[in-house]
Design a protein around this ligand. Structure first.
Ligand code: ZN
Length: 299
């Protein structure tokens, strides 16, 4: 049996504040689950992030207050944390007096979301993510599936579905086709989708999956994926955080040309006869990004 952990990056709103919406799933066989989970835990422990969620977009932000603390990198983790916390407290007091409720609210949110990572300088946070992505790149049996929608080319008047519905249908279809293909030896490989819990989409995705079980997707019948997606809290489940890393790496490559994380993650894209079949960039036909090139490539 195979588990496929799914998460998204960017917003599916039009136009929204990102040019791309990415839905990514990373599939691993259950017999590899323990070693993968333990490996991520080991990397987290090294950076004193044992009980912290890997929420990559927050981890890789610049934390301005770190630059304002003298010799930040020369301090130990406890000292760094204490200095940042003191700075943040004074900043909150300052904003409370400044009569700017919007900025105060945003600042409080930023502080809350980054609280677990403030003992790490930017380079260390970056190294942490690269170590995680390198570990994923070496999971030989892991497969990456993703739909990366360039929203400029998504025409809601022509499409019969929303961006997130199209992405989910594509992801389910590719995971199903992967299971069908590896099960041709008669072993009937089964798969289960585990999704980051998201109040706004869980009902919709559950209904869609029920429909796929009855009538198939546009591309395939569903014979190997079982159940509707299981929704888990990404704060508590390390492996769904890995899907967040994958989705982020794909989106940042397509939006900003950032290759380092992308190359590591993309090495796990599902391929057939040398051609990438697991990851699609939904965009104009002339796109020459690595995803589009490898989609067209034959061995
Ligand atoms: Zn492309």
């Amino acid at each position: 049996m195979y588990l496929c952990y799914v998460d998204e990056s960017g917003t599916s709103d039009l136009p929204g504040n990102s040019s791309h919406f990415v839905l990514a799933g990373i599939s691993i066989p259950i017999w590899n689950w323990k070693s993968c989970d333990q490996e991520i835990d080991r990397i987290k422990r090294k950076y004193d992030l044992c009980d912290s969620e890997i929420h990559i977009a927050w981890i890789l932000r610049p934390y301005l207050e770190q630059t304002k603390i003298d010799d930040f990198v020369g301090l130990n983790y406890d000292q760094r944390r204490s200095k940042v916390e003191a700075y943040r407290k004074s900043e909150i007091f300052r904003l409370q007096r400044s009569n700017n409720p919007k900025l105060l609210k945003q600042t409080k949110k930023n502080y809350l979301k980054t609280d677990s990572y403030v003992h790490l300088a930017y380079n260390e946070r970056r190294n942490f993510i690269i170590e995680v992505a390198t570990a994923i790149s070496k999971w030989r049996d892991a497969r990456l599936f993703a739909e990366c929608v360039d929203k400029v080319f998504f025409d809601p008047s022509k499409a019969s579905k929303t961006i997130d519905e199209q992405a989910f249908e594509q992801l389910v279809s590719r995971f199903e086709q992967f299971l069908q293909l590896i099960g041709t030896d008669g072993s009937h490989r089964k798969g289960l989708i585990i999704h980051d819990h998201n109040q706004t989409v869980s009902k919709k995705l559950t209904d869609m999956m029920k429909r796929f079980h009855q009538t198939g997707t546009l591309w395939t019948s569903i014979d190997n994926i079982i159940e509707t997606p299981l929704f888990v809290d990404s704060q508590l489940t390390s492996m769904v955080q890995i899907a967040d890393v994958c989705a982020y790496a794909l989106r940042r490559y397509l939006e900003n040309g950032e290759e380092e994380l992308f190359d590591l993650i993309f090495s796990r894209a599902d391929r057939k006869d040398g051609k990438v079949v697991g990851v699609r960039h939904f965009t104009n036909l002339s796109c020459s990004c690595k995803i589009c090139r490898s989609h067209r490539k034959s061995s």
